[in-house]
Design a protein around this ligand. Structure first.
Ligand SMILES: Nc1nc2c(ncn2[C@@H]2O[C@H](COP(=O)(O)OP(=O)(O)OP(=O)(O)O)[C@@H](O)[C@H]2O)c(=O)[nH]1
Ligand SMILES: [Mg+2]
Length: 325
């Protein structure tokens, strides 16, 4: 072999090695990127999100029993609930408990208290029923109604959506798009029409396995108008079919102030559960605890994105672990 041939072979081997290293580096970089996008792109409705909870853990480094209450309040847990939790933990932990012990104790406490509550949606499998969605404007009522349509259609229910927000232009179209997408029926009226008449007519035509999901307005001219309208919808639907659930839809990113605004809805109808939306957003997860404390009804479902599959039954264990990891 001539020296030129040897140099040529060495260069070729070196080039090959550089190419292999470059390709493997590129692959390594690409994998985590594409995974995290799949988990976070909740606007792609065809692809269910991978992560249920994207909020930050509530405890920062260096937490101890003396600053735990402040940490919980900052994490949107609410003043009373934070105090209650700290008192509970203090009774079971040594006063010099370290960060890890506090995290573990908090996690166990959350799992045991949150799991003790019945969070199932009380929809009867072989009987007609109705779900009424209420909540302030923009909280996610229409989107959640669409997601619930898929959820219950997949369980074999004959779902009918009722477009009872006749106040906001385009509200009916928004629900119509969901109805088409999920292949379910929709009852619609005209802009400004009495929403109770739409709900009543839809409730009158249900089959034995039907589930009527009533989307309502989040805002009217006055709060009293809103209360009267929602009460009337409830009364007329009840004449025809059992109301299985009256769900308050709350935006988890709103924070504590929004909770008092939403209180009005419990005056219009007896709430049976909460759908907490936008838990994929920039909320602090502690709001789940504050919301349950404030309304006295359980969080039954959580919204973790805008897609049709981004509505999940609330899982206390996953939540507690996400919050305290
Ligand atoms: N990221 C995220 N966005 C959501 C979620 N739920 C709803 N949204 C978005 O929030 C916005 C408002 O949702 P809507 O369903 O229109 O809210 P609404 O309560 O019906 O509002 P009004 O009809 O004005 O009372 C929309 O852009 C939805 O796509 C969720 O769980 N996560
Ligand atoms: Mg709406």
């Amino acid at each position: 072999m001539t020296p030129i041939e040897i140099v040529f072979i060495v260069c070729a081997i070196f080039g090959l090695l550089v190419a292999i290293v470059a390709i493997s580096l590129a692959c390594r970089k690409k994998r985590p990127d594409s995974l995290s996008k799949a988990g976070q792109n909740h606007t792609d409705s065809s692809r269910p999100s991978k992560h249920s909870f994207l909020f930050k853990p509530i405890l920062s480094k260096g937490v101890d029993l003396s600053n735990l209450e402040d940490e919980l309040i900052i994490a949107d847990v609410g003043v009373e609930k934070s105090h209650e939790i700290v008192e509970k933990l203090k009774s079971s932990l040594p006063s010099n408990a370290n960060e890890e012990e506090i995290k573990q104790a908090l996690q166990s406490y959350l799992i045991s208290t949150l799991s003790a509550v019945d969070r199932s949606l009380k929809v009867q499998p072989d009987k007609a029923g109705a779900i009424i969605m209420v909540g302030v404007n923009g909280s996610g009522k229409t989107t959640s109604a669409g997601k619930l349509a898929k959820y219950f259609k997949d369980q074999g229910k004959d779902v009918v959506l009722a477009a009872c927000d006749t106040f906001r232009p385009a509200a009916g179209e928004q629900l119509e798009i969901w109805a088409q997408k999920e292949g379910v029926k929709i009852a619609r009226g005209k802009m400004g029409q009495d929403p109770a008449s739409i709900a009543f007519s839809a409730a009158s035509q249900l089959g034995p396995n039907s589930l009527l999901i009533v989307d309502t307005a989040g805002r009217l001219q006055t709060k009293q108008n809103l209360l009267d309208e929602l009460s009337k919808i409830r009364r007329v639907v009840e004449k025809k079919v059992q109301i299985d659930e009256s769900l308050l839809v709350l935006d988890a990113t709103f924070g504590q102030n929004a909770l008092s605004q939403a209180k009005i809805f419990s005056q219009a109808l007896p709430l049976t559960g909460i759908i907490l939306t936008k838990l994929d957003g920039s909320c602090k997860g502690g709001v789940v605890l504050a919301v349950e404390e404030e309304f006295g009804v359980p969080v039954k479902m959580v919204g973790v994105g805008e897609g049709e599959s981004d509505l999940r039954p609330f899982n206390p264990e996953a939540f507690a672990k996400g919050l305290t990891q």
